[in-house]
Design a protein. Structure first.
Length: 128
């Protein structure tokens, strides 16, 4: 119990979230007689103390009555990508596409290859 209280106090005093990964997906929604697609970005963050969180950003929501971005975010959180990859990562499992806070902060994760679409690797000390 005391260990958790100390962790909470340290996070409040020294809050530092690091962006560690982004996933892009596309969701389809039926509107009337047609089906429209909109793109979704899921950003993953990790703190220095190991707390993980994610944010869902919807790029384009089709204009229709009765649904808001909140409803669409719930639909994204029920999708297969979120349930199989991001949800387990949020609860402490390791993921090969999402680096840890120390790798990103220390400059040991190769984001250039990630941006080019290649498989990112862990850099050696001489490659920084």
């Amino acid at each position: 119990m005391i260990r958790y209280l100390i962790k909470i106090v340290l996070e409040l005093l020294w809050w530092d979230l690091q962006h560690v990964g982004t996933f892009e997906t596309e969701i389809q929604k039926e509107i009337g007689y047609s089906t429209k697609k909109f793109s979704v970005f899921i950003h993953c963050f990790e703190s220095r103390w190991g707390t993980r969180c994610s944010r869902v950003r919807i790029q384009k929501v089709p204009g229709f009555v009765g649904y808001t971005k909140h409803h669409m975010k719930r639909k994204v959180r029920r999708a297969k990508l979120y349930q199989t990859e991001i949800y387990p990562w949020l609860h402490g499992r390791a993921h090969d596409k999402i680096p840890s806070y120390q790798k990103v902060k220390g400059g040991k994760w190769d984001f250039l290859k990630k941006l080019k679409g290649e498989t990112p690797v862990v850099l050696n000390d001489d490659e920084k």
